[in-house]
Each structure stands twice: as C-alpha cells, then as structure tokens.
Write a protein that binds this ligand. Structure first.
Ligand SMILES: C[S@@+](CC[C@H](N)C(=O)[O-])C[C@H]1O[C@@H](n2cnc3c(N)ncnc32)[C@H](O)[C@@H]1O
Length: 337
C-alpha cells in the first residue's frame, strides 16, 4: 500500500512568497491603486501614467490580477479589486499603504540579514539599543515616513478597539508610545465623551499636534511629551500600550507595566495590543515572525504569548485579565487595577 502523497508544493510556494510580497510593495510605491481609484484604465494608458517601461508592464499588471489585487475586464481594462480600492488608494482615509511603504523601505532590505541576526543575536539596523528611536527620528523625512507607517498599521486596530472596549464606563485615555496619535484619535472620534491624549518622545509633538488638529480634536486630545525610561507615565482611566512592549527586553517590559500600574487610578484599565504568539507557540506565524523582526530591529525586543503577558501583568499588580482578538492578527489584553 502506498503512503500519503507528499508534494513539495507548500515548500516551493513559501520560498517564492517574497516575490508576491515585493510585487505588492512595488505596486504601492508606483501608485497603481491610486491611479485606478477613479475609473478603469487600459494597459497602455496605465503603463504610461505609472511611468513603466513596456517590457514587464503587462506581466506586472497581470500578476496583480492573479494576486487578487486588480481585476481585468473583457476589454483589457484594469480596475482595483474591492479590498485594494478601499485600503490602497492613497486618497482614502482607510489607506494602509504607508505600512507597506515602510516594509519596503526598511524591513525588506534588513530581512536579508536575518541569518546574521540569528548567528550573532544582534540587531542589523546599525542603531544602538536605546538610541533606536532617536536615530530613526534624527532625520525629519525618516520620522514622517515612519509615523505614516505606524498610523496606517494601527488604524484598523484602533477602529476595532473603538468598537470592542466598554468606553462608556471611562472618561479619559492616554496612549503610551502614541506616534502621531492614531489610536486616541479613533477612540475620540467614535466616543464623544472621551478626552485625553498620547504620550511619546518630545520630538513627536509637532506630528501629533498636526494629526490631531487635522481631525479637529485639539480641544479634547493633547500631547504628553516624555521618555518612559526617565519619566512617570501620565494618569488616565485607560492607558493603552500598543506595539510598545515588544520593542524592549524583559526588564524594560516589567518596568513599563509597573509605571502603567502606578499611573492608573484604582479600577482603571490597561490595554495592551500586539500580534500575540499563540500560547502553544505552534501556529502564531504573525507573532513569531514579528518577534524575528524585533531580533533584526532592536537590541532586546521580542514578541510574546498572551500567557506570558498575563504573567507579567499579574506581577505588576493587575487583576481581571481578558484577551480579545482585534483585526490584522492583533489582539488586546485588558487588565484592571
Ligand atoms: C512600534 S511604535 C508603536 C506606535 C503605536 N502605538 C502603534 O501601534 O502604531 C513604538 C512607539 O514607542 C515610542 N517610544 C520609543 N521609546 C520611547 C520612550 N523612551 N519614551 C516614550 N515613547 C517611546 C516610539 O516613539 C513609538 O511611537
């Protein structure tokens, strides 16, 4: 009797996966989805508008069709597939292309050094440990680019959190490590009784203020400048830490949770969101690869399971922990003081 048929297909697809990812990143960089947002275009018109050479253009556009990002009608005209139209047209408020632009500009190249990072245990960015964000922010262009990428990566998460947390029970929020303030803005837009703001390094004040002003929320949300290594965290009924803990080593994770506990009033809530690794560490591909990204990008950062995090939170004094899935592979852990 023959055994089960083992094919090499999955291995080969996984090996080739970077080609599809890079095709998507190039399409975002070239503005394909923004060009097609208004109306469909024929291949030649689209090629000319994007500034593409003749050779390769048809394969590129048809590869995007095969990847499910574009559609081509019987007249050979291309249009955006619905998801691409909603999330990859840079004129829409739902645009998440900044996140893909950052993947291409920073992570794609650095992941070429994964093997070296695994052999040495060292980050591959050329930045010092604590100086990581300082170096990133020393160039205004790089700062803006990174901020846009954070905002587009956290936008779907912030919208889901606005729906799935009992905001009517609370009046104030501070988002710790807020970037431009995408999260407090989304919560404040959905819940008119909520006030507060975002805490981050002082260099981010202008980008935060501009973003909040653009959403006409300057009267309800303010920037709290500070360095969480040196300063206490501002007080609020809800503190959020999103994609912050994973940047740091275990002693820093403990330090941040203790500071969060000290800043909350009793009955206040802490919300942590990350791409969590499953507790068995067998299936959480997103969280595990995110942790390898921390190996490449930071000196001591790593991602974690809900069980790991709940243990640390309990150690800091919190109670009543709950884990809730959000979107895009992120989950939130809620804890009470
Ligand atoms: C990975 S980003 C996450 C941003 C945002 N919460 C999100 O999910 O998009 C980490 C944030 O921590 C901030 N941060 C880093 N070091 C900090 C420090 N020492 N004090 C305060 N904020 C810091 C960074 O500026 C950045 O905004």
């Amino acid at each position: 009797m023959e055994g089960p048929t083992l094919t090499p297909n999955r291995i080969i697809e996984l090996g080739y996966a970077f080609r599809g990812a890079k095709t998507l990143m190039s399409a975002v960089e070239l503005g394909v989805f923004t060009a097609l947002a208004g109306s469909p275009l024929g291949g030649n018109d689209l090629r000319r508008q994007l500034g593409l050479a003749d050779r390769g253009a048809e394969d590129f556009l048809d590869a995007l069709v095969a990847l499910g990002l574009l559609q081509r009608d019987e007249h050979g005209r291309y249009r955006n597939a619905p998801e691409a139209d909603l999330y990859l047209d840079s004129h829409k408020a739902t645009y998440i292309g900044g996140f893909l632009e950052n993947l291409e500009a920073r992570e794609y190249g650095l992941w070429g050094s994964l093997t070296t990072a695994l052999r040495t245990g060292k980050p591959q960015t050329g930045f010092e440990a604590k100086a990581h964000f300082g170096s990133l922010y020393s160039d205004p262009k790089r700062l803006n680019f990174f901020m846009k990428s954070l905002t587009s990566g956290s936008l779907p998460v912030a919208r889901a959190m606005a729906e799935r947390f009992p905001w009517p029970r609370y009046k104030t929020i501070v988002d710790v490590g807020t970037g431009q303030g995408c999260l407090p803005v989304q919560i404040a837009l959905s819940h008119s009784h909520i006030n507060g703001g975002g805490f981050d390094l002082p260099v981010l004040k202008t980008t935060f203020d501009t973003y909040v002003e653009r959403h006409e929320l300057s009267h309800r949300l303010q920037f709290y400048p500070g360095d969480f290594f040196a300063d206490p965290l501002p007080s609020a009924e809800v503190l959020v830490m999103g994609r912050v803990l994973h940047n740091w080593d275990l002693p820093t994770k403990h330090m941040l949770l203790k500071k969060a506990y000290a800043a909350l009033p009793s009955d206040g809530a802490l919300i942590i969101y990350e791409r969590l690794i499953d507790d068995e560490r067998r299936t959480g591909v997103g969280g595990l690869l995110s942790s390898l990204n921390m190996l490449i990008m930071t000196a001591g950062g790593f991602d974690f399971t809900a069980a790991d995090c709940i243990g640390w939170i309990q150690g800091a004094g919190f109670r009543d922990m709950q884990v809730e899935p959000l979107v895009t592979g992120h989950s939130m852990i809620i804890a009470k003081k």
